[in-house]
Structure formats: structure tokens, C-alpha cells
Design a protein around this ligand. Structure first.
Ligand code: ARG
Length: 256
């Protein structure tokens, strides 16, 4: 019951906050920070129908992913590198972790050959049976360019609500800004052209553990894949995302 009230309250308080790109959400932020959300709000799958949960057959949700076609999911290489296809399944079409939606077994995993230290952090999963698309299950197109610095983009997932927190039952999303690559490289010396940064300059909004592999989206196109960061939502340490525009060719060529 308490959880229900909390979720409802959060939803109401964050609704406006998430809708306005440049709203700093002052009124709402206090409440949300108190409840220790990493700046996000509960989300509906119909607003992110490309979002999937990647589950371990025994341990459940551990990473996010995005639907690129009826047969293919894109995720982070670091999520699935050590896995075998028969240990995984993909759940689409639900906002609720481990519940409802459509579940598919994984037929094969394709990890980028150059994946190393979070560079080229991209992998594809081919599902055994195609997805049926509807309002809650849809593919997303890949962006061909990185949005300008300062553009408001959306990241979603079932990742931690705070550093050292836990993964929520409901899908969450948050709007963040594309951060200048050079500026980001001053915080992270190992940044490569295969990575882009997005976050909230003052901190307080970010993706976090178990969001990995999930979508960073601008104007209904996939621009990034949740990859890594120092802690979560710390000022000066934005999230680092796999740069989909530069890896688009590799992705396309391996979806066969
Ligand atoms: N590597 C993390 C994972 O496997 C994702 C970290 C994202 N961190 C961040 N600060 N944005 O789930």
C-alpha cells in the first residue's frame, strides 16, 4: 500500500517535471530527491515501446535493450559478453519488471569484435521467434548523427533509483542533456569516439546500474546505449553512452 502511494505521488510530482525539457523541476525535485530517485519518473511502455528488459533465466532482469526489428535487439556488449544465448531471454511490451509482456528466447548473441574496456560497447541479440508489433512493442530507428550539445534526450530503464539503491519494479525515464565531448573527456580520460556523454550538469539525473544496454533517445531515434559512468548522477560525471551513429553501419551489417 505504502509503495502504491509512493509511486502515485512520484508519478504526480514528476509528470510536469519530465514533460518540460528545460524545467529544472524545482518544486518536484525536492520531493524526488527526498525519495532518492535519480531524477526520474515512472514511465509507461507505450511511450517507450522499443524498450526491452534482458533477463537471466534464473536471476531475472539485469540489463535493458532496444528493439531494432522483429528479430533483433541491440544492447551493450558488457551486458552479454560472458553469457550464452540459452541463459538469456528478452521481455518486451511491459512497464513491469518480470511481469506480463512478450518473452522471447535468445537464438544468438553477436558482440562487437573490438569491444574492450567499454569501447565499442554494443551487441545484438537475435530472438528465436519474431516479435509482433503493437502499441507496446515497436522497433526504433537508429540516429545517423549525434544531437547537438545541450539537446534534451531521454533515457529509460529499470536501473537503480540511486547509487547503491535497487532496481524498481516499474520502468523509469529521465530527460538529460547531451554533454560536450571535450568537456566530458576532462572528467573521463578514456573517452573514445565510440562514446557520447549525457547527463545533468548539476547532477541529480542519470541512468544507473541495470539500465545498461538500454536506450538513449532523441526524436524517436536511438542515439545511445547506456554504457558506463562514475557513480550515478554525480555533478561533473555524466553517463557515458555507446555512440549509435558511429556504430550504425556495424549494427546494420550484423543484423543478418
Ligand atoms: N554499467 C552500468 C550497468 O551495467 C550502467 C552505468 C550507467 N552509469 C551512469 N552513471 N549513467 O548497468
Amino acid at each position: 500500500m505504502l509503495r502504491l502511494i509512493t509511486v502515485t505521488l512520484l508519478y504526480i510530482c514528476c509528470l510536469g517535471h519530465c514533460k518540460h525539457e528545460h524545467n529544472t523541476g524545482k518544486d518536484c525535485r525536492n520531493i524526488c530527491n527526498h525519495l532518492r530517485i535519480v531524477g526520474g519518473c515512472p514511465a509507461k511502455i507505450k511511450d517507450h515501446p522499443y524498450q526491452v528488459s534482458i533477463e537471466h533465466v534464473y536471476r531475472g532482469h539485469f540489463c535493458g535493450g532496444s528493439i531494432l526489428s522483429k528479430h533483433w535487439i541491440v544492447t551493450a556488449a558488457h551486458c552479454v559478453k560472458e553469457m550464452k544465448a540459452n541463459q538469456l531471454r528478452v521481455r518486451a511490451g511491459t512497464s513491469h519488471k518480470h511481469e506480463e509482456g512478450t518473452v522471447r528466447k535468445v537464438h544468438k548473441i553477436v558482440v562487437h569484435r573490438k569491444f574492450h574496456n567499454f569501447d565499442f560497447d554494443v551487441a545484438l541479440l537475435k530472438v528465436e521467434k519474431p516479435f509482433h508489433f503493437d502499441k507496446s512493442v515497436q522497433q526504433i530507428a537508429m540516429a545517423s548523427t549525434v544531437p547537438d550539445v545541450g539537446t534534451c534526450v531521454t533515457v529509460s530503464g529499470w536501473g537503480y533509483l540511486e547509487l547503491g539503491g535497487h532496481s524498481p519494479l516499474n520502468l523509469h525515464h529521465v530527460e538529460i542533456l547531451i554533454i560536450d565531448h571535450r568537456q566530458c573527456a576532462s572528467s573521463y580520460h578514456d573517452l573514445t569516439p565510440q562514446m557520447i556523454c549525457a547527463g545533468w550538469p548539476r547532477g541529480g539525473r542519470d541512468s544507473c546500474y541495470m539500465d545498461s544496454g538500454g536506450p538513449l533517445v532523441f526524436q524517436k531515434k536511438l542515439v545511445g546505449i547506456v554504457s558506463w559512468g562514475y557513480g550515478c548522477a554525480l555533478a561533473g560525471y555524466p553517463g557515458v553512452y555507446t555512440n549509435v551513429a558511429v556504430l550504425k553501419k556495424w549494427i546494420r551489417e550484423h543484423m543478418k
